[in-house]
Design a protein around this ligand. Structure first.
Ligand SMILES: *Cc1c(COP(=O)(O)O)cnc(C)c1O
Length: 420
C-alpha cells in the first residue's frame, strides 16, 4: 500500500503529478513518498506496540540521508553493516547509541570507529570476530556491548539469495557454538553480552518460519541469561515481506499476533531491524521510453532505466509492477521492458500488458524503494539516477543525478608510477 495513486488516469506521488517531477529532474529518477515511509514505520510500531520494540531500520535497504533523517526524527534506530553506513547515519542526524552493527566481515578499523563513536552494540557472527572486538575494546579501554547472532536453522521460504538462517548460510552461529561463546564471554571485562540476535532472511511472507526462529532464539536466551544477567534484549531481525504484485499492505498483525505473546512472556527487551517493509513500497523508479522495437513476434519497450539502476529483476528474477505514468490510448499487448545496457540480462520486466508507447512516454516501476538505488552501479558508464522526495504537494531532490565527469573521479589515464 502506498501513496502513488492515479487521478484522472495520471499517476501522482502524493499530491504531485509524477510527470511534473520527471519534467523537472529528468529520468531515470527514483521518487520517494514521505507519507508512505512514515506510514509504514508507524504501522509496524503500532502492530508491536505491546512490546515497545526498538526499531532499528536496516540502512542497507535504502541509505539516502533524507530518508534516514525522517526515520531518525520518528524515533528509529539503525542497523548497519559497514563503517560507511555508520558515517551515513551520523551525518543524517541519527544517534550513535541507537546503532547496531551487523555483518560477517567487520574489519579492525570499522570496529575501532564503531567504538569511538559509541554505537549501541555489535551483532557478532563468529568466534574470530568476537576475539577481535574484545582485543580492540581492551586496547582502547572500552567496553563493547555485543549480541550473538544465532543461526536458528529455519527455512524462511524465500529466494535462496536472501535466505540467511539455514545451516549452509554464511550468517550467524549455530546454537551450540553460540552457547559455548557465551561461556567464553564470562569474566571478560572488555565485552559485555547484552543480547541475542537472529535474522533468517528477507521478503518473508509466512509467519511460521519467523515463529520457529524466535522460539529457538528465546529458548537459548533464557539459558544464556543464567550465565549473563546483562543479557536483556533479543533482536528478532528484519525480513517482513511486502506485496510486489498487488497494491496491498503487508499484514503485519499476522506477524505481531503470533510473536507478541511469546516476546511479552519472555520479559526481554525487543529489538527489530526491518528494511524492505518500511521503504520498499515508498519508492518508484520513473523512466522514459526511448524506442519500441519488434523482434519476430516479440515486442520490446526500450527505456532509459536499466539493470544498473535497478538490478532486482536481473539478480533475483524479482517482479516489479510497471505502468504508464500517463494514460496512452490504444490496445495493450505483451512487451518486455528493457534498458540500453549491453547484456541479455538487462530487463526490468517481462511479458507485461502495455498500451502502445511513443518515445518520451513515461513508465513507473513500482515498489522500488528497497534494494534499488543502493544496488545501482555505473556499468556502461551510466550515471546513477537522481533521487527525489515528495511531501504532500511539494518535491525536492535528495540526491543529484551523477554527472559523467564525476564517474571518472580519482581515475587517471596515466598511472602515477611507484618504483617497487
Ligand atoms: C538485510 C538485513 C535486514 C533487513 O532485511 P529486510 O528484509 O529488508 O527487512 C535486517 N537484519 C539483517 C542482519 C540483515 O542482513
Amino acid at each position: 500500500m502506498d501513496d502513488f495513486v492515479r487521478r484522472d488516469g495520471r499517476l501522482f506521488a502524493e499530491d504531485v503529478p509524477v510527470e511534473t517531477i520527471a519534467q523537472a529532474v529528468g529520468t531515470p529518477a527514483y521518487v520517494y513518498s514521505k507519507r508512505t515511509l512514515l506510514g509504514h514505520f508507524r504501522r509496524l510500531r503500532d502492530a508491536f506496540a505491546a512490546v515497545s520494540p526498538k526499531i532499528r531500520y536496516a540502512v542497507k535497504a535504502n541509505g539516502n540521508l533524507a530518508l534516514l533523517r525522517l526515520l531518525a526524527d520518528e524515533g528509529a534506530g539503525f542497523d548497519v553493516v559497514s563503517r560507511g553506513e555508520i558515517h551515513r547515519v551520523l551525518k543524517a542526524g541519527g544517534l550513535a547509541n541507537s546503532i547496531d552493527f551487523a555483518g560477517v566481515g567487520k574489519k579492525r578499523d570499522e570496529i575501532e570507529y564503531a567504538l569511538e563513536v559509541g554505537i549501541d552494540m555489535f551483532n557478532v557472527e563468529s568466534e574470530a570476530e568476537l576475539e577481535l572486538i574484545e582485543q580492540v575494546a581492551r586496547d582502547t579501554n572500552q567496553v563493547a556491548r555485543v549480541a550473538l547472532r544465532v543461526n536458528p536453522d529455519v527455512d524462511p521460504k524465500t529466494h535462496k539469495y536472501i535466505s540467511t538462517g539455514q545451516k549452509e548460510s554464511k550468517f550467524g552461529l549455530d546454537i551450540d557454538r553460540a552457547q559455548r561463546m557465551a561461556g567464553w564471554l564470562q569474566g571478560r571485562d572488555a565485552v559485555r553480552l547484552t543480547g541475542l540476535h537472529a535474522h533468517i532472511g528477507s521478503q518473508i511472507t509466512q509467519v511460521q518460519p519467523y515463529v520457529d526462529a524466535v522460539t529457538k532464539l528465546l529458548a537459548l536466551a533464557k539459558r544464556v541469561r543464567e550465565l549473563h544477567p546483562t543479557l536483556t534484549s533479543v533482536n528478532i531481525g528484519g525480513g517482513f515481506g511486502i506485496h510486489y504484485r498487488e497494491n496491498e499492505a503487508q499484514d503485519l498483525t499476522a506477524f505481531s499476533d503470533a510473536l507478541v505473546p511469546m516476546l511479552q512472556e519472555s520479559g526481554f527487551e525487543v529489538h527489530m531491524e526491518p528494511g524492505r517493509v518500511l521503504v520498499g513500497n515508498a519508492g518508484l523508479l520513473v523512466t522514459k521510453v526511448i524506442f519500441e522495437k519488434r523482434s519476430g513476434d516479440k515486442r520490446f519497450v526500450i527505456c532509459d532505466a536499466a539493470m544498473n539502476d535497478l538490478i532486482r529483476p536481473s539478480l533475483y528474477g524479482a517482479f516489479h509492477r510497471v505502468e504508464p505514468v500517463g494514460n496512452p490510448p490504444g490496445d495493450s499487448s505483451l512487451a518486455d521492458i528493457v534498458g540500453p545496457v549491453c547484456e541479455s540480462g538487462d530487463f526490468l520486466a517481462k511479458d507485461r500488458e502495455l498500451p502502445p508507447l511513443a518515445p518520451g512516454d513515461l513508465l513507473a516501476v513500482r515498489s522500488a524503494g528497497a534494494y534499488a538505488f543502493v544496488m545501482a552501479s555505473n556499468y556502461n558508464a551510466r550515471p546513477r539516477p537522481v533521487e527525489v522526495l515528495v511531501d504532500g504537494d511539494r518535491f525536492g531532490i535528495v540526491r543529484a543525478r551523477e554527472t559523467e565527469e564525476e564517474l571518472m573521479r580519482g581515475e587517471s589515464a596515466q598511472a602515477q608510477w611507484c618504483d617497487a
